[in-house]
Each structure stands twice: as structure tokens, then as C-alpha cells.
Write a protein that binds this ligand. Sequence first.
Ligand code: 4NP
Length: 164
Amino acid sequence: MTDRRSTPAVLFVCLGNICRSPLAEAALRARLAEAAVEVAVDSAGTGSWHVGEPPDPRAQAVALHNGHDIAHYRGRQVAAEDFYRFTHIYALDHENLAELQRRAPADATARLALLLDLVEGLEGQPVADPYFGGEAGFHTTWSQVDRAATALVDYLQGMERLKG
Ligand code: 4NP
């Protein structure tokens, strides 16, 4: 029910906030712009190693390949206030979902979910961490987060229709 009353705001969370979640953020921003839907979007990491850093060069390259410049994004760590500021927090994999569930304040208002649960046929699957692999992994990441972004726009448009 809270969904129907609050303005949606979406946060994507991975481990480092330099590979997967910035790509999810870029994909959703692009799909929202295409659909002319305004929703707050951000990304963060459960880890703190890359706070203040731009996305991994391979993530920047795959984003640019798909028409999106993410060089200005900067890594940040999930904070307690995120569990209230965002209506929906999507974890890129099960480990980060478990970590979010562990850190969520008891009265958190955000709904936590696994990102690929939004994608028909990919439910229950993680967006694999491409950090230690080759460039191909980043293209797989992009295609998965972009499918999730498309599904999310539909879902968010549905929420907007239910409001008011
Ligand atoms: P991300 O990828 O969680 O998709 O941003 C990683 C980035 C950094 C590390 C691991 C995964 N790391 O170990 O530093």
C-alpha cells in the first residue's frame, strides 16, 4: 500500500558501486527518459573500497558503447537513510540482498528485492560480478540490467497510474 502513496525512488546496490549498479542506474535513467517518466534513481555499494571513485573503465566503456556517458558517476556506500529515502532498493545479487536485509533498520520503508526477479525467465538469478572477468562479462551485465530497467519502467508507470 505504501507504494501507491509515495513517489517512487529506486536505488541499485552491488558490492563496489563501480561495475554493476552504476550500469543498472544508467540503463534505468535512459529507459525512464525514453518513456518520459520522472523517478529518482541512484546506486550504491555495500562495500566502501571504491567510495568517491568513477565507475570501472570497463563499465564506462560498455555504457558508452550503449550511448551513455557515466564518467561523472561516483561510488558511494549504502547509508541508513537510504532505507527511507528510496521506495525500492534492488540488489544485484543474493549476497548484497542478504547484506541489505541485515543492515535495514527495523522501521525501514524501502522494499528490498533481487533485481532480476523483475525479468521474466531470469527470476532468482544474480547479475554475475564481472569485476574479475573479461570485457564480455560487462556486455552480459549491460544486457541483464537493461532488461530489468525496461521491466522497471513498466512497473513504475503502473505505480504512477495507481496514485492520485
Ligand atoms: P561491483 O563489482 O560490485 O559490480 O561494483 C565489484 C567492484 C569491486 C570489487 C568487487 C566487485 N572489489 O573487490 O573491489
